[in-house]
Structures are given as C-alpha cells and as structure tokens.
Ligand binder design. Structure first.
Ligand code: AMP
Length: 452
C-alpha cells in the first residue's frame, strides 16, 4: 500500500501563528506538522472565530486537519455525554482516516472519537457511544441508524462537518444528511468541505449554514499532465467494436470505462461481460451495499474492467488503475478531469482514451481548453481519429505543445468541406475505415467545428 505524497504547505507560515491552545499545538508538533497547508491557512482562522465555512478543496490537501483543528482547539475537560462534534463523510475509509487524524491531533488523552460506519458489527460502536465521546465521525446511513436506535443523541452537538459533501450527495445521502442536521441544535457551527459546489450543495448551504464564508482552494487549472490522453472519432454503433480493439491493444492492467447514462452502462455491461473476463458495472441505481462490494472487488483487482457513470467517478479510490476509457465524452466537461484523474495517481503515468462522436468536435475543444492541452488523435486499424484541421485554440489559451503536436499545428487550416473524409489527413492506421463513415464527417458546404 503506497502512502499518498505529503500535501503542499505554505512555508511562510507556521502553526504557531494560528495561536492555538497549548495542548493542541503540542499534538500538532508531535504529528510533525510545521507549516499549515493552504486550505488549513484559509479555513482555520474563520472557523476558530466560530464562522460557518465552505472549504473547496480536494483530498490530500490537509482538509481533514483544516476542519478538525478549530474543533479540537475548543476542547476542555467536560462532563457531557456528547458527541459535541459530528463529521459526516461518504465512505468508511474516509471515516477511519478522519478518526485516525482526530486521534493523532487530540489535545488530551481524555479526548474521545468514535467512528461509525456500515458494513461492520454494531457492538463496538454501541459501546463507544455508550461510554460518551467528544466526536463522532461516520457515514450518514450508519449515523442515522444510531439515532433511530437511540444509541446516539445529537442534542449536544456544537460543531457539524460535512466532509466531501458533493460525493455524499452523489451517493444518495442527501436525505440522511438533512435528517441528521435537523437533529443537531440550531446553535452550532457548520463546516462543509467539497471539491465542487453544485446547486444541490448550495441548497444544503442555504438551509443549514449561517452566513458562511466560501473559501475556494481548488487549483486554477486541473493538472492532468502526467496522463497520456488520446481520442478516437467513432460513430455510436461502432464504439463497442472499438472498445474491444482498444482493450486488445492496450492490455490494461485495470481499466475504468465511463458512460454518460446508467442505462447505457447496463447495456454496455451486457455486451462487455461476454467479451472479456472480470467485467462489472457500477452506478447510482445500485444499492450501496452492492456498490461497496463492487468497489472492494475492484480494489483487489478481482474486477479488471469497471463500467461507471460520472456519479461514481470520484468515489473510485483505486491507486493502480492503468487506463480510463471515456466510452462517452462527459457532457459536463469538468467531469473529464474527475474521470481521468482516476488513473495516473500517486505519480504514476496513466492512459486516458476518449471516444468522440463525429459531431462532438466542439465539445472536445472545450475539454482541451479546460485542461490547457491538446488531446492526441489515436488510431487503430479500422478506426481513427479525424485529423484535426485547425488545432489552434483561441489566442487567450496557452497550450504547451509537445513536438508532435507542434508539427500538426503548422498545418494550414482550411474551411473547405470534407474534413475527416480527407484521406491524406488521416493518421496512419486509418486506411481500413469503412467508407460509410465519410458522410458523417463532412457535408459539402457545411461548416464544422475546427476540431473534427
Ligand atoms: P487530507 O487531505 O486531510 O487527507 O490530508 C492528507 C495528508 O496530509 C494526511 O496524511 C495528513 O496527515 C497530512 N497533513 C495534513 N496537514 C498537514 C500539514 N500541515 N503538514 C504536513 N502534513 C499534513
């Protein structure tokens, strides 16, 4: 098991600048943290003042300590049964990580954190809660179980955290989260951590937070530089054939295949399981227990080809993934990064291959502008990407060209018809492309995107 790289810190600042309580400072020293990370530097001061905070940051940035430190700083010996703080998080792995971090930074040996999550026996959690505790960290489903059994009360909660809120909503925890928050006293502080802030999150914010400050720590441009990215232009009805060919060529160690719709995912799975061993499908309609089983099998590589929808992409925490295939381009271009970010993690190179419909040229261009990089055309005998005609994105976008791409860039762009049907411009390996593809690409007199 590889441990993730340490987060980037701001070396101009030290934790001592945050004027924390001595016992917490000692714990932070003992943990070996000297400089706060940018998200910690942003979140901790307003949260220490009692302000509600929305922190937009990804895992690996030190976000856990960012939301724990303000709570831990307020810890004093007390006689309450607790919990006084609750952290809701999407997965049991995260719940355990957060609990570990809370134990590491605990300001006193009397500080008690109880992790609660599904998929394991209840007894330890029941005992932990019965003894009384300061902090409960858990998945919303299991927390609600405890509330309903009466094994946990939230009447003393002063500090509530929604961790990876977008992912919790994706998984379908919204009702559970709301029920839990409604059980917490209104006089409390609420923190919300999320990589993205879609409308569904904004609704939660409006309902359950008070004048929050919104701290946006996401990098300006997502970095997917280590990932080798290419695309094929292909008609819908030939995608499956292409998928089989790509699998043959690439021999992926482990591969995620993204589709746009749940039903398409099921359809593709029906075909794929006949073509390759160890295939599975995961999407939001499956019960959580089944999704967890599939994820567990994917982690142990018992599943090699996993078909998924976007909703699942950020929940897929597998480190050794070699390939991501965008069987459908994501409609929401931001999902491109979430998807391909599943590969090439932890400093490894990954490969991302996208299947682009002939009419999706502008969409591909939008994605390239977002990632600030060109995606290479790919080719396999019988399949190809249409040669790009004008690869130059608008002037304000700075694109770092590799030599190969720079060479393409020099080609004069023309607005004549027949691009894509222009055999000269096809990359090697495109000769076998059937003629019936041609009309899809270029009709005389029609102006097409400058990409496909
Ligand atoms: P997180 O994003 O919360 O999952 O944190 C990622 C990793 O960074 C965890 O292993 C933390 O223990 C570690 N970490 C958090 N804050 C700091 C810090 N200020 N300096 C060094 N490491 C840190």
């Amino acid at each position: 098991h590889e441990s993730p790289p340490p987060p980037e810190v701001d070396e101009k600042m030290v934790f001592a600048d945050l004027k924390l309580m001595r016992p917490l400072m000692d714990a932070i020293d003992a943990a070996g943290y000297l400089h706060p990370t940018p998200i910690q530097e942003a979140v901790i001061p307003p949260a220490l003042r009692g302000t509600d905070v929305i922190g937009q940051a990804q895992t690996g940035t030190g976000k856990t300590a960012a939301f724990l430190v303000p709570f831990l700083n307020r810890w004093r010996p007390h006689k309450l049964k607790g919990p006084i703080g609750v952290v809701m998080t999407p997965t049991r792995e995260l719940a355990l990580q957060i609990a570990t971090e809370a134990d590491k930074l605990a300001p006193s040996r009397h500080f008690r954190c109880v992790p609660v999550y599904g998929g394991t026996g209840m007894q330890r959690q029941l005992d932990g809660l019965a003894r009384g505790c300061d902090l409960v960290v858990g998945t919303p489903g299991r927390m609600l179980d405890h509330l309903q059994r009466g094994s946990m009360s939230l009447s003393q909660v002063r500090y509530a955290v929604l961790d990876e809120a977008d992912r919790m909503l994706d998984i379908g925890f919204r009702d559970d989260i709301e029920r839990i928050l409604k059980k917490c006293p209104a006089e409390r502080q609420t923190l919300l951590m999320s990589a993205t802030v879609p409308d569904a999150i904004k609704r939660l914010v409006n309902r359950y937070m008070r004048d929050p400050v919104h701290l946006h720590m996401m990098p300006e441009k997502p970095t997917v530089d280590k990932i080798r990215q290419s695309y094929f232009t292909v008609d819908q009805d030939r995608k499956f054939e292409l998928l089989k060919r790509v699998i043959e060529r690439e021999k992926p160690r482990q591969c995620l295949i993204f589709v746009e719709r749940k039903r398409w995912a099921d359809n593709l799975y029906r075909d794929l399981k006949r073509a390759v061993p160890k295939a599975a499908v995961i999407h939001g309609d499956l019960p959580q227990s089944q999704r967890e089983r599939i994820m567990a099998a994917f982690r142990t590589a018992d599943i090699k080809y996993l078909i998924a929808t976007d909703v699942m992409s950020r929940g897929i925490d597998v480190n050794d993934l070699s390939h991501v295939i965008n069987y459908d381009l994501p409609m929401d271009i931001e999902n491109y990064v979430h998807r391909i970010g599943r590969t090439g993690r932890i400093g490894k190179d990954g490969i991302a291959i996208s299947f682009v419909l002939p009419e999706q040229g502008p969409h591909l261009t939008d994605i390239e502008m977002m990632i600030n990089r060109l995606i290479e055309p790919d080719g396999i005998e019988g399949f190809a990407s249409a040669a790009p005609r004008a690869t130059r994105p608008p002037a304000e976008v700075k694109v770092v060209f590799s030599g190969w791409e720079a060479a393409k860039e020099e080609k004069p762009a023309t607005d004549e018809d027949g691009w894509g049907a222009d055999d000269d411009a096809k990359p090697a390996g495109a000769e076998g492309a059937p003629d019936d593809r041609k009309p899809t690409f270029g009709r005389r007199g029609k102006r097409y995107s400058n990409r496909l």
